[in-house]
Structure formats: C-alpha cells, structure tokens
Design a protein around this ligand. Structure first.
Ligand code: AQP
Length: 334
C-alpha cells in the first residue's frame, strides 16, 4: 500500500503558497484513501533562529491550518517532528551517508545562505539529510511538495540508493515526488520571479492564512502587474511572470486549468481580473481562517492531537530505524 509523507516548517505563518503547493494537495491525497503522514517539521524550522515562544505558537497554528484545511487527524497522522526521535536518529546516519559535494549543490541552501555562508547554521547545510530521514523513516514512497523541493527529493533518492549500496541491502525504497496542479510554484505578489515565502521580509509579498478578508483583497489589488490586459492564450503569459502568477493562483483556487481561466478572462484588464481573484481568494480562504481561529482557542487540544499523531508515527518509524541500526552494525543490547 503506498504511503505518503510530507511536512511544512513552522518557521512562520503559512502562506497561500504553502496552501496551494502543499496543504490543499495533502487533503486531496488523504481523501483518495492513501495512507498519509503529515508533519510540522519543527527541527527543520530551527535551522534558522526561531524565538521559542513563537515556535510553539507557529507549530500550533500550523496544526490548526492543517485541520482547518481538511486534514482529519483520525484518517491522517498529524504530529510535530521533534516528538518522534526516529527523525533525528536517522538524520544523523544520513549525515554520514550524504556527501559534502551533494549538499553544496543544493540551491535552497545557496539561496538561504546567500553570501554569508560562513555564518549560517550547520543544520541549514545538513537540512536535506534530515528531510530524507523524515521520509525514509516511514518507508514512504510518495511525497507531495511544491516545485522548490524537487532537488531535495532527488537527494533523498541518492541517499537511499547509496545506503542500500554501501550496506548491500535493498532496504530503502525509491521515493517519488508528486508535484502537480496549477500552483506548484506560487510567486511573490511583489516580484513574479521570486517564490512566495513565509520568511520574505515584506508582508505585502504574500497572503497569510491568518489574513482577514479585507487584507487579502487589498494585497491582491496592490499586487504588482503590467499594464497589458490578459491575453487570449497561455502562450501570451510567457514573459509576464506577475500576470501568469495571478492566473495560476486563480486556477488553483477555482480548481480549473490555467487555460480555462485565460479562456474566461481573455482581454480583461487587471481592474476586472484582480477583484474577481480577490473575491475567489476570500471565498476559499475565509472558512479556513475562521476555523483556524476557533481551533487556536484550545491549544491543549491541538497539543493532544499532535501527541496522539506522534504515538502513531513512532509505531511505524521505530522498527524501521531499529533495523537501520542493525544494518549499520550498532549493538542494541537493552
Ligand atoms: N510559493 C510556493 N508555491 C508552492 N509551494 C510552496 N511551498 C512553499 N512555498 C511554496 C511548499 O510548501 C511546503 C512546505 O514548505 P516549507 O515550509 O518546508 O518551506 P519552504 O519551501 O522553504 O517554504 P517557505 O514558505 O519559503 O518557508 P521559509 O520562508 O521558512 O523558507 C513544501 O512542499 C513547499 O514546496
């Protein structure tokens, strides 16, 4: 039976990019009846500095977003990474399998470290090895992610293959990224060539799942665009990253293809298209925000759900990681 694993960092409030590229699709996979394991990856979050109280708050808010978006903790396993020590344990072993050269080629590391790579945490560099552990500790084979995670998943495959070769076993499966839909890469509202990101310093660049209707509308109306009306073919969006981004967001929210949106809005000015997009975004996001706010009133209940999810996750990961210790040659005598 296929098993899905995916995660989101509680490194800030979740954005429309996280929702369309990841969360919405996590729910679809759950509803297809596939075994789904979803994680708030708090240990990844601390690869850059997080205020402890905010980290707790963001982890609970992330869990509330999952549930509000349609993750059912009875059907999916939902937990925070640090409660299942198998991730850290396998992560260390993978640090010893992955090669420095592989890690140095990771574009996300280069982007996040910028010119200051001497001064970022060692954890940020090792991040993709921990991500491989997140997935492989469950022998998951399918990983729904946004386009930006493709390279990390290729590295996960390389780590699995090298581990199997180094120890002469056929233990870890080959992992397949699932990158699908109209919004696998939602771009910043201020710059159509940059990914929408929770850590972008400009709040105007993103829609947060906690934004109210008025804020969402204002951000969309103010989103950067060009002066041309919408074209009548997708081809016409080729060199118009901002216009293309808004069309893709509309398509993903409406559950249509981008072609369909272009057919419906061919020749429309942004003065027409943006209000339509704002109305659609509010209609889709407001119920989620309202439910998140309701869930956040009972943090103890969220913690209980995460703890229960961690118990179920642990029951799957523990025997797999115990076998890894055995394969590697570590004595387990108690
Ligand atoms: N802009 C995006 N478009 C589509 N998918 C996206 N994802 C993130 N941004 C977009 C997908 O969301 C999942 C969780 O991502 P993450 O929280 O692990 O971290 P990230 O990819 O680094 O996202 P952020 O928002 O940019 O966080 P920060 O700013 O902390 O680095 C992944 O499946 C990702 O593809």
């Amino acid at each position: 039976r296929p098993r899905i694993f995916s995660g989101i960092q509680p490194s800030g409030g979740l954005t429309l990019g996280n929702y369309l590229g990841a969360l919405k699709r996590f729910v679809e996979k759950q509803d297809e009846g596939i075994e789904t394991i979803y994680c708030l990856v708090d240990m990844h979050a601390i690869t850059v500095w997080q205020d402890p109280d905010k980290l707790r708050q963001q982890t609970r808010e992330g869990a509330a977003a999952f549930i509000a978006a349609g993750i059912d903790p009875a059907r999916s396993i939902l937990f925070n990474q640090s409660q299942v020590t198998a991730h850290a344990e396998l992560g260390w072993i993978f640090n010893c399998v992955a090669r420095m050269g592989w890690m140095s080629r990771m574009t996300q590391f280069k982007d996040k470290a910028g010119k200051n790579s001497e001064n970022v945490s060692l954890g940020l560099f090792a991040y993709p090895a921990l991500m491989a552990a997140d997935i492989l500790a469950y022998h998951a084979t399918m990983v729904p992610v946004g386009e930006d995670q493709k390279q990390h998943l290729e590295l996960t495959r390389d780590i699995a293959i090298k581990f199997n070769n180094d120890f002469g076993v056929d233990f870890f499966p080959v992992v397949k990224p699932i990158i699908e839909g109209a919004a696998t890469r939602v771009m910043s509202l201020r710059d159509g060539t940059k990914k929408m990101s929770k850590s972008d310093p400009s709040d105007q660049s993103r829609i947060n799942l906690t934004d109210d209707a008025d804020t969402i509308s204002k951000k969309i109306r103010k989103a950067k665009t060009d002066p041309e009306p919408l074209p009548d073919t997708l081809e016409g969006l080729k060199d118009r990253p901002e216009a293309r981004n808004l069309v893709n967001i509309y398509a993903a929210l409406a559950g249509h293809s981008a072609e369909q949106v272009i057919a419906d809005f061919a020749g429309a000015q942004f003065g027409t298209f943006k209000p339509a997009l704002a109305d659609l975004a509010v209609a889709k996001l407001e119920p989620i925000t309202t439910e998140m706010n309701r869930l956040m009133k009972d943090p103890a209940e969220i913690d209980r759900i995460l703890g229960e999810g961690a118990d179920r996750a642990e029951a799957i990961a523990r025997p797999i990681v115990d076998q890894v210790y055995d394969i590697v040659g570590m004595i387990r005598s108690r």
